[in-house]
Write a protein of this length. Structure first.
Length: 520
């Protein structure tokens, strides 16, 4: 009698199958026959560069866009998702990167907005909604968030939890998460992953979109890759597929060297050499309750990186140097001249420019043109007797954007239509046009895809090579080490280590930010 053999496990039938999905907008074919298959209880990672079609695909799934062609099968049944309400009623929830919460309403009011709890057919507000919200927050591991707290008073991580609670207030079977870790620190990311694991173990499927490829290894079961509106890979095993292969599929090329090479060490007597006078110098700079007093110098042609966890004081240092925060102690100097503390105007006049962490909210006028965003800090150059010379403004802005290869080359286009990488170039072009001497970069590649990141890195290095002094903050340690010439490591508001970037590696930096001891 032949020995019995165990049969391989039979995968469950798909929860969702999208086949041959097409979608066009005027002049653009956003989706060109895209396939996607999601199994119950899996984390399916959807990857692709900006413009690859990810956002359009999830909006088709969410009922925001109607496809021009293709087929959607949900739980074995062909469906037509005519609206977000129709998708939600099927059990499909979407949490967008730009959270659509109402800041003036409470947590409970946001969670049940549009579908308030009912008893015997009557809407019940107040205590019932707060009780139900508290139960959802406990399920997500965050009982400390008060249901009656205004959403506007919550942190970015807490707002994301509220969005998840709102999704779970419906009977969901699939949750789409668009860049959920973009604004979170490592501990918050760990908590997010615990929540995702809890959802999938309960049978809820998660479609997870992220530009951070290292997250795919930790959280993903399978991967689908989009490029130019097409699915170039569907359902690859996430943990077995090499990162290099995924990057090659996303970009259409193998990315061997993401970071541009550092220039050779300058001579000691050169304008940017070790003995040169610093362009930016801070002495004893401190922020009350944010970071302790420390000194810092950045020379022309040099990139200095600040590494540390969110909350370590990194962004607060940049905002204080820029004058958006008033220091509790210390002084800032540009080319040896002290700046008036707490004055953005004084900083800009001295030649300091800031590309802020929240690019869309703090750095750009999203409904204005590329020209107006680029010229914003230099409008006085184009003013004649109280009138704005729009032709000169447009020409100067175009010259600045072309120098950075901003695409498309359309100065009248609204900046909101640009990809994340090109929006960041618009911010950099503003300071290039202004003629700044010091460039402060806070999370310069947040929300920027892999291919565009490499291009931005090259732009930043070129600007430094042309004589700018660059002070860089990033949550991604490899980014700091790959771009910076020197690195300061911050922990709980204190500088715990200083070293040339070439003498550090990712593990050493992470050890320092977790348990480092301050150094002078």
């Amino acid at each position: 009698m032949a020995p019995a053999h165990d049969s391989p496990p039979v995968p469950p039938p798909p929860l969702l199958t999208m086949s041959g999905i097409t979608k066009s907008f005027p002049g653009v074919r956003a989706l060109d026959g895209v396939d996607l298959e999601v199994l119950p209880g899996e984390t399916h990672c959807l990857l692709g560069q900006n413009g690859a079609g990810k956002s359009t695909l999830i909006k088709v799934l969410a009922g925001v866009h109607q496809p021009d062609g293709g087929r959607i099968v949900w739980q074995g049944e062909p469906v037509s998702l005519r609206s977000p309400i129709a998708a939600m009623r099927r059990g499909i929830a979407t949490i967008y990167q730009e959270l659509d919460l109402v800041e003036g309403l409470s947590v409970a009011e946001n969670v049940f907005l549009g579908h308030e709890p009912t008893t015997a057919g009557f809407v019940v507000r107040g205590r019932a909604a707060r009780t139900a919200t508290a139960a959802l927050l406990r399920r997500l591991g965050h009982p400390e968030i008060p249901p009656d707290r205004l959403v506007g008073a919550l942190s970015a991580a807490q707002r994301q939890i509220v969005s998840m609670a709102r999704a779970l207030s419906h009977d969901v079977r699939l949750i789409v998460m668009d860049e959920p870790s973009a604004a979170l620190d490592p501990d918050e990311v760990d908590n997010l992953f615990r929540i995702v694991a809890g959802l999938t173990s309960a049978g809820v499927a998660v479609v997870y979109i992220s530009h951070r490829l290292e997250e795919i290894r930790r959280i993903g079961d399978r991967v689908t890759v989009l490029k130019d509106g097409r699915a170039v890979a569907v359902g690859l095993p996430a943990k077995e597929t090499p990162t290099r292969d995924i990057v090659a599929m996303m970009t259409g090329r193998t990315v061997e060297y993401v970071f541009p090479p550092r220039p050779a060490r300058p001579r000691a007597d050169s304008a940017s050499g070790p003995g040169a006078a610093p362009v930016l110098r801070v002495e004893g700079l401190a922020g009350q309750g944010e970071f302790a007093a420390f000194d810092l110098e950045v020379r022309a042609g040099e990139i200095v990186g600040l590494a540390g966890l969110v909350g370590s004081g990194r962004s607060e240092v940049l905002e204080t140097v820029y004058g958006a925060r008033r220091p509790s102690a210390g002084r800032v100097f540009v080319d040896g001249r002290p700046l008036r503390p707490g004055s953005v105007r004084a900083a800009v006049r001295a030649g300091i420019g800031l590309a802020p962490e929240e690019r869309k909210a703090q750095g750009l006028l999203m409904l204005e043109s590329v020209t107006r965003n680029v010229s914003l800090s230099s409008l006085s150059r184009f003013s004649r007797a109280g009138w704005l010379d729009r032709r000169a403004e447009r020409a100067a802005a175009r010259e600045a954007t072309r120098a950075l290869s901003l695409r498309p080359d359309a100065p009248d286009a609204r900046v909101r239509t640009l990809s994340g990488g090109n929006q960041q170039k618009a911010v950099l072009a503003r300071w290039l046009l202004r003629g700044c001497r010091v460039l402060l970069l806070d999370e310069p590649t947040r929300g920027v895809d892999v291919g565009a990141r490499a291009e931005l890195y090259a732009v930043i290095r070129r600007l430094a090579d042309e004589g700018l002094a660059v002070l860089l903050v990033s949550s991604e340690v490899p980014e700091v080490l790959g771009l910076a010439d020197r690195v300061l490591v911050l922990r709980e508001g204190r500088v715990v280590h200083r070293a040339p970037a070439a003498e550090l590696d990712e593990h050493r930096v992470l050890d320092l930010v977790m348990e480092g001891s301050p150094t002078p």
